[in-house]
Design a protein around this ligand. Structure first.
Ligand code: CMX
Length: 441
């Protein structure tokens, strides 16, 4: 067994024993109550699942296994000559629950390189789609075509013991993470660069090689990809892409099926697709006002028009966060360091100064502050990646690190099929009229 797998198994066994002990003594402890509003309004704030890889605090933002983004930037291994964290290191941290050494991160890079072969039928499946197909659709089709390679699906068909589910799931997770950059780069080069594809460079790290296959050799872009792939990787378990992957995986659908389902969720404009919507929205604003650098007054007017048309301001608001997203701040810092004079980046910063008070004044928006998607596009445009419809694919490649590490934990901890209770409004009315004693009160 490879070292990483052994380490994972040891950690997972320890955790499983610990959880068993906790449940033995505390199974009936109550950890929250549920209101009718929560049931009707997106289950917001209901604690209902375990996701080991990260935890989101409304005011502080995300922590991966206890570490904030600035702490990760300081403590995770870097590429040679670089200053941003290697996403391989974050993956190790999420999977093993320990900070990786440089050697640990390099081991992941090597393992991923070894597993990165993508069979031709995957490219054929993508090629069968019309060129105007959205890149996220191509991405999901590519992942689904790759499902032929699932170790878990094969082992399950052979009758694997349930104690061993985690093992082929682990292999599938590693294979998928290794192969996604190739699939994603293929989609980019097919759709936007005349089908001129670029071979992988085995000397580069995972994110650096992804940048290379996309066609961006600039060291600044490679650094951006390392940061981007790190900060988008995980956002605890309840967001649509993580929760969907977990939910579908709970039916023992293999990691390809589960991750593809999660990516269908990421492709929604209230979730990951917001990163394309932000740039589209800024471009429309610039075009309408015929200026490259709209003033704060012009931005404010445009925000009001957007709201009056019954649309959301993309990149702002969050279901859990109640402060500026630290993932936004990390990208702002990157912008200040690498491109402080970029007109589009400055517009993003002017929007940041303009939008929150307007949203706040509406009185109904719980979080007027920017989320991760408000900034990412402007940094990509700076390096020449103009094709904003592609941006959510980058988010998806990164998100694989978190949700697939989580899927390994789900199976190693023997998490059961997920099946919450739903109700009907008829039943609610009966309960309110005390005609039915459904909840025993
Ligand atoms: N612009 C305009 N209205 C907004 C808004 C925004 N950015 N954010 C929230 N609202 C509105 C909601 O639509 C809702 O309106 P109604 O009561 O009329 O239905 C009201 O404010 C209350 O919403 P909320 O409780 O503050 O927010 P939710 O938890 O329901 O939704 C989110 C969270 C992210 C979907 C929402 O803020 C939004 O639509 N933002 C814009 C899209 C976006 O940036 N999504 C990316 C999120 C990060 C990610 O997953 O990638």
């Amino acid at each position: 067994m490879e070292v990483l797998k052994e380490r994972f198994k040891k950690k997972a066994d320890e955790a499983a024993t610990e959880i068993k002990g906790i449940l033995k003594d505390h199974s009936n402890d109550v950890i929250g109550e549920v209101t009718l509003a929560q049931v009707y309004q997106g289950m917001r704030g209901i604690t209902g699942l375990v996701s080991e890889t990260s935890l989101l605090d409304a005011h502080e933002g995300i922590r991966f296994r206890g570490y904030s983004i600035p702490e990760l930037q300081e403590k995770l291994p870097k590429a040679k000559g670089g200053s941003e964290p290697l996403p391989e290191g974050l993956f190790y941290l999420m999977l093993i629950n320990e900070l990786p050494s440089e050697e640990d991160a390099n081991t992941i890079t090597e393992l991923l390189q070894r597993r990165s072969h993508v069979p031709n039928h995957v490219f054929d499946a993508i090629d069968a789609l019309p060129i105007e197909t959205h890149p996220m659709t191509m991405f999901v089709v590519g992942i689904m075509a790759l499902q032929t390679e699932s170790h878990f699906a094969k082992e399950y068909a052979r009758g694997i013991n349930k104690k061993d589910y985690w093992d082929p799931v682990f292999d599938d997770a590693m294979d998928l993470i290794a192969r996604l950059p190739r699939i994603a780069a293929y989609i980019y080069r097919r759709k936007y660069k005349n089908n001129q594809h670029i071979n992988p460079n085995g000397l580069l790290d995972w994110a650096g090689n992804f940048a290379h296959m996309l066609g961006f050799e600039d060291e600044g872009f490679m650094e951006l990809m390392r940061l981007y792939m790190t900060i988008h990787a995980d956002h605890e378990g309840g967001n649509v892409s993580a929760h969907t992957t977990h939910l579908v995986g709970s039916a023992l659908s293999d990691p390809y099926l589960s991750f593809a389902a999660g990516m269908n969720g990421l492709a929604g404009p209230l979730h990951g697709l917001a990163n394309q919507e932000v740039i589209k929205w800024i471009y429309e604003l610039r075009e309408k006002l015929n200026t490259e650098q709209p003033s704060k007054e012009q931005i404010a007017e445009y925000v009001k028009t957007t709201l009056s048309e019954g649309k959301v301001v993309p990149g702002y608001g969050h279901a859990v966060l109640r402060k500026t997203d630290p993932r936004f701040t990390a990208q702002m810092e990157f912008g200040k360091k690498h491109m402080p004079d970029d007109a589009l980046v400055q517009t993003v910063w002017n929007i940041y100064e303009t939008v929150p008070p307007i949203l706040q004044s509406l009185g109904k928006i719980k979080n007027p502050w920017p989320n991760v998607d408000a900034h990412s596009g402007a940094l990509l445009v700076h390096y020449g990646m103009m094709e904003y419809e592609y941006y959510t694919v980058l988010f998806g490649v990164s998100r694989a690190l978190g949700v697939l590490a989580s899927l390994c934990w789900d199976r190693a901890l023997g998490q059961p099929i997920e099946r919450p209770k739903s109700i009907t409004t008829d039943l609610v009315k009966k309960w309110l009229n005390k005609e039915d004693n459904i909840w025993g009160d």
